[in-house]
Design a protein around this ligand. Structure first.
Ligand SMILES: NC(=O)c1ccc[n+]([C@@H]2O[C@H](COP(=O)([O-])OP(=O)(O)OC[C@H]3O[C@@H](n4cnc5c(N)ncnc54)[C@H](O)[C@@H]3O)[C@@H](O)[C@H]2O)c1
Ligand SMILES: CC(C)[C@H](C(=O)O)[C@@H](O)C(=O)O
Ligand SMILES: [Mg+2]
Length: 371
């Protein structure tokens, strides 16, 4: 099959991790005889250096003309440390999500048995944890009207949600719950916020259409604590934009590293696949960034294309790399592999593994050699 993929490496570690995903996707294309065409474009601070905007029209056009977008990361300390900067790399990502109508950001979180002791959380509390966070992505406080008073002494960010914005992501979250353990937790702050009360009302009413799903509610402050105390209670979490951003970074501690957490940003027409982490500027060019979050995002892209077997192979290759400790230093302190070496290893697993379809029985770890 033929697909055009827009590749937006961005800033910091963005280019080095994205390069590994492209490598993996090329190996998939070769093995399964697909044709993937990669169209690279600038975004974030990298685009600002040349175009003075973090999302040039040419980049947006490439994204809209592609079947999917593979996004790296954006952000640069020179803007992070300058609160008065009028244009910021992050605006490029936000505009891209808005322009492409990517209202649902899907962030799976799980504990890997092999990495259970890498997490600072107690093994017995996290073993078996497996959830998916549905984060609303194009509304709420991120996109409400913003202002600063003339004297610079006060500022405002408006948080607005409509029933329609809530319903469209809630449908997706309910449907995901139906395919999983049939539990949906709405995380909000309905004891304080009017927007959260609209979320509760809307989701409660929608629940009548999904009678096989158990709906419960948690306030965000309690949810943040429950995520650490007892993450196994969660199946599907549905939440608004900012709560989802914060809760998913927190949840990454369960898996052992934020460098493992992938995501899919979905709309009615377009889709983008992005790790949940940022541009980790301290690691830029050092070869220490974990490329797996980006590579698993690419696997979500393959699923989105309907290439289920291919996506499974990528995920299995990642499992093998974790089993064999072919990992970057965030999860392998003793004998760590570089960003590129992890990518090379996954590429070779994808190219060389013998038996397809992949399943647990024919995954023979003993036969794998580590490069
Ligand atoms: N989607 C995005 O592009 C995105 C997301 C978050 C932050 N940002 C931007 O990134 C910049 C840095 O932000 P930050 O430091 O708060 O967050 P960050 O996610 O870049 O890094 C936070 C910490 O997470 C760990 N980490 C992140 N990615 C990793 C990887 N691939 N492998 C191993 N460890 C990894 C590192 O310990 C790092 O210090 C800022 O400019 C911010 O705005 C962008
Ligand atoms: C960089 C920033 C705008 C972004 C967000 O808050 O959505 C990031 O933290 C993320 O999680 O993708
Ligand atoms: Mg974030």
């Amino acid at each position: 099959m033929k697909f055009t993929i827009a590749v937006l490496p961005g800033d910091g570690i963005g280019p080095e991790i994205t390069q590994q995903s492209v490598k993996v996707l090329k190996a998939i294309a070769e093995r399964f005889e697909h044709e993937f065409k990669f169209e690279e474009a600038l975004v974030g601070a990298a685009a600002m250096d040349l175009f003075e905007t973090p999302l040039p029209d040419s980049t947006l056009k490439i994204c809209k003309n592609s079947d999917a977008v593979l996004f790296g990361a954006i952000g640069d300390p020179k803007y992070d440390n300058d609160p008065s900067a009028k244009v910021r790399p992050e605006q490029g990502l936000l505009k891209l999500r808005k322009e492409l109508g990517l209202f649902a950001n899907i962030r799976p979180v799980k504990a890997y048995d092999k990495l259970i002791n890498k997490s600072p959380l107690k093994a017995e509390n996290i073993q078996g944890a497996n959830m998916v966070i549905f984060r609303e992505l194009t509304g709420g406080i991120y996109f409400g009207e913003k202002s600063t008073s003339e004297d610079g002494k006060s500022a405002s960010d408006l948080c607005t949600y409509s029933v329609e914005e809530i319903e469209r992501i809630a449908h997706l979250a309910f449907q995901a719950a139906q395919k999983r353990s049939k539990k949906l937790t709405l995380v909000d702050k309905a004891n304080v916020l009017e927007t959260s009360r609209l979320w509760r009302k809307t989701v409660t009413s929608l629940a009548k259409k999904y009678e096989d799903v158990t709906l419960d509610f948690l306030f965000i402050d309690n949810a943040a604590m429950q995520m650490i105390l007892n993450p196994k209670q969660f199946d599907v979490i549905l939440t608004e934009n900012m709560f989802g951003d914060i809760l998913s970074d927190e949840a990454s501690v369960i898996g052992g590293s934020i460098g493992l957490l992938e995501s899919a940003s979905i709309g009615n027409k377009y889709s983008m696949f992005e790790p949940i982490h940022g541009s980790y500027p301290q690691a830029k060019g050092k070869g220490i960034a974990n490329p797996v979050a980006s590579i698993l995002s690419a696997a979500m892209m393959l699923d989105h294309f309907g290439l289920t077997e291919e996506a499974k192979l990528v995920r299995n290759a990642v499992e093998i790399s974790i089993q064999l400790n072919v990992c970057t230093k965030d999860i392998n302190n003793d004998n760590h592999y570089s960003t590129e070496k992890v990518g090379d290893f996954l590429e070779s697993v994808i190219s060389d593994i013998d038996d397809l379809p992949i399943n647990d029985e024919n995954l023979n770890l003993g036969q794998m050699t580590i490069i």
